[in-house]
Write a protein that binds this ligand. Sequence first.
Ligand SMILES: Nc1nc2c(ncn2[C@@H]2O[C@H](COP(=O)(O)OP(=O)(O)OP(=O)(O)O)[C@@H](O)[C@H]2O)c(=O)[nH]1
Ligand SMILES: Nc1ncnc2c1ncn2[C@@H]1O[C@H](COP(=O)(O)OP(=O)(O)OP(=O)(O)O)[C@@H](O)[C@H]1O
Length: 388
Amino acid sequence: GWAFWWFLQMRASGDPYLQHCVETAALLAELGAGPPVIAAGLLHDTVDDAGLDYGSISEQFGAGVADLVKGVSNLSHLSKLARRNDTASRTDEADRLRTVFLAMEDARAVLIKLADRLHNMRTLDSLPKIKQQCFAKETLEIFAPLANQLGILNWKEQLENLCFKHLYPEQYEELSSNLHEFYNRDMIAAAIRRLEQALQVRGLSYRSISGRHKSIYSIYSKMTRKKLDMDEIYDVHGVRVILENKADCFTTLEVVHHLWPRIPGKFKDYVSSPKSNGYQSLHTVVLSEETLPLEIQIRTADMHLQAEFGIAAHWRYKEGVRNCSSSLPEMVEWVRCVVTWQCETLHIDHPSPPGLGSSPRATCTFPSVTLMAVLSPIQNNVTTLDQS
Ligand SMILES: Nc1nc2c(ncn2[C@@H]2O[C@H](COP(=O)(O)OP(=O)(O)OP(=O)(O)O)[C@@H](O)[C@H]2O)c(=O)[nH]1
Ligand SMILES: Nc1ncnc2c1ncn2[C@@H]1O[C@H](COP(=O)(O)OP(=O)(O)OP(=O)(O)O)[C@@H](O)[C@H]1O
């Protein structure tokens, strides 16, 4: 009966409902999720919408899949409850909800909910404007930060960009048409190659060189936050070099300044003078061959860990974060488990984030998370070159 329901159901867009289920599962597969997660992605709405119960899912697909589907259903109920709660401020509510999500559920259920949301955001156009805006607002407040907290930067950026498009359509159109000309897809890869050759000639070995285009939403946020025009954003194109030690960082800086002319006033030495939050790195902005600014960040692996996970966690720098009691190794272990899906092979049940215990009241959020992307690179706008 339920399978029949599944085939007949249509979405507001007129597409078969099944398409949403398949695309949600496909997003999870792209991320490298294992079979139980993909199966649960396919079935994620069957408890709430097709009236299927835990017992029959468990019978047909196994308890692991049934637990995940139940988890996704719990998350949907929680978000609905939160939507009705008018007493708390929106920021507090979003904060609380993200914490509860991560504390109560298997992180893989949260991932399925995120995949579901990403596909819904991609197909939002068929809904009435008012619903689109509500959905986009909620996604920006809850789901995009959640994707960031789980280290899925590519989903975070896609979610934010889609929210931006629906919440501020005019600004989105204007900025994206400007960026169309401004983003230079080949420039980063070419700069990385050039830098790599120059470092080799200098006899310097590096841990990694990576690069990224700043997302449209990140550019928009920075422009609004700092009241800047687009041509005042110098890190639309960025490269990061990770080296063995401080001395190599300074030598790399020399190499960089030898390769490209520097843009005056943009050099920062946070290695000799760390920021008050402990952040260390050398930053410079140079003028690339394409006559576009290119931000280059140079740091050691330790500085990078500190920037991503330490007291100076990147996310704290961007969003503000409360006390977190877990140690770095615990956190890395948890992240590794979630990101590489070892939970399935190691049979770890319901991994919960370290330091959170099972209390939904615990307020700990996770450091974001370029390191997670380093552990398991899944950003498609990132170019990485590792020296083997
Ligand atoms: N993780 C982390 N990254 C930082 C921190 N401060 C700066 N950054 C990174 O370094 C880039 C450049 O920062 P700065 O050199 O301070 O540049 P700025 O012109 O003063 O500031 P921006 O407008 O942020 O570029 C930022 O865009 C971030 O990517 C920090 O405290 N923590
Ligand atoms: N020059 C760079 N090279 C490589 N990766 C970078 C560089 N600058 C930032 N990143 C990474 O790119 C991702 C997206 O960062 P984003 O550009 O949105 O913000 P940010 O540069 O960290 O902060 P802000 O918007 O305040 O400047 C983060 O993981 C960040 O660590």
